[in-house]
Design a protein around this ligand. Structure first.
Ligand code: KG4
Ligand code: ZN
Length: 338
């Protein structure tokens, strides 16, 4: 199969069992995603032990489906990539154990991938001409990072959340509003009908020079607002609360990202992670980016949320930079972006 690299990638960090086959770092031959959302919905969030068990039930099937859809066999695989962290320890272990077994049986290199790097690399799949450097905003259910990409796998961490992640804030506020899990997409949808200026929720900038974020105060402000309205016996307008909350989150995300890009004289902003699927965030970033003459990029919705294709892309770029893992590769539930 010429000298291009065919990667088999596995992602099991949370509630999606996913396996993908990629040619080099940007071409997806298959990307099978089996979501457990319906299983966890009735608990209002992901139950780690249930997630691990579901991954075990699904993983072999999903790997076979990914190979079949890509029209390749194990013999065609040159490289095995797998999420090492961050994520749920038991869930990650299922993916890592499978990846190690395959790498050992095929005698092919194994790459442990940082899940956050993976989210960013989804952009290399989506935008075939994208090259570093760029300014980067990663907004997922567990993480909120502002970074500068010096190279494909070399990220300078500039800012982070000091408490809740952006996606976590979306999910918690959604729960308060009686919406189901995951709440982010539902708040996004409701916001289109609501008035973003109806309620003046706080925008938390911390001090002037900080690129860090904080969303837990905003979450409390929403809760206090709802309790207050209820006490007064007034009616809660869910769509207005959703739209006003979303506006408070995205204004801060966009302001800080644009400021960093300006400071670095960078005219390319890349967004990644589940919250990068948010239409309000995409639109505001594009509007502000256009005013500043900056290019704004993000992956398609499917590649924003967890999937193995993004892990395959990151595995490839790590591999060509000379990084490989050995069979002692272990999960790192709190792995940081680096
Ligand atoms: O990146 P991801 O799939 O998983 C993690 O690595 O955490 O992100 C999931 C998060 C959830 O919090 C979900 O509510 C949020 O992304 N999310 C959204 C949207 N789609 C997913 N948040 C706001 N608007 C959306 N359209
Ligand atoms: Zn993720």
């Amino acid at each position: 199969m010429n000298n291009r690299i065919t990667t088999l990638a596995i992602e099991t960090s949370c509630d999606e069992t996913s396996c993908a086959v990629l040619r080099d770092g940007r071409e997806v031959l298959s990307n099978i995603i089996s979501s457990q959302i319906d299983v966890h919905k009735k608990f209002g969030g992901v139950v780690p032990e249930v997630a691990s068990r579901k991954h075990i039930e699904n993983i072999d099937l999903i790997i076979q489906q990914a190979l079949d859809e890509a029209k390749v066999t194990f013999e065609d695989i040159d490289l095995i990539g797998v999420t090492q962290g961050p994520g749920l320890v038991g869930a990650l272990l299922v993916g890592i154990s499978s990846a190690k077994a395959i790498a050992y049986a095929l005698n092919k290199p194994l790459i442990g991938v940082n899940h956050i790097q993976g989210h960013i690399c989804a952009n290399y799949i989506e935008h075939k001409d994208l090259h570093p450097p760029f300014t980067c905003l990663v907004v997922s259910g567990g993480h909120t990072y502002l970074a500068y990409a010096n190279d494909y796998i070399d990220y300078e961490l500039i800012g982070r959340t000091r408490d809740d992640a952006a996606g976590e804030a979306f999910d918690k506020v959604a729960r308060t509003l009686g919406l189901s899990y995951p709440g982010g997409p539902l708040i996004d949808k409701l916001s289109k009908e609501g008035n973003p200026n109806a309620i003046d929720f706080p925008r938390v900038y911390l001090n002037d020079n900080s690129y860090d974020f904080s969303f837990s105060g905003l979450k409390t402000a929403v809760l206090n607002y709802i309790n207050n309205i209820k006490q007064k016996g007034e009616q809660i307008i869910v769509k207005d609360i959703a739209a006003s909350f979303q506006q408070a989150v995205i204004e801060v995300l966009v302001d800080k990202t644009i400021s960093l890009a300006k400071e670095r004289k960078s005219n390319k902003i890349v967004m990644a992670g589940g919250v990068a699927a948010n239409e309000g965030l995409r639109n505001l970033m594009k509007k502000r980016g256009q005013e500043e003459g900056m290019e704004i990029l993000y992956p398609s919705r499917l590649l924003c949320t967890d999937n193995a294709a993004m892990i395959g892309s990151a595995a490839y770029f790590n591999y060509i930079k000379g990084y490989t893992s050995d069979y002692y590769l272990n999960v790192v539930p709190n792995l940081e972006l680096k």
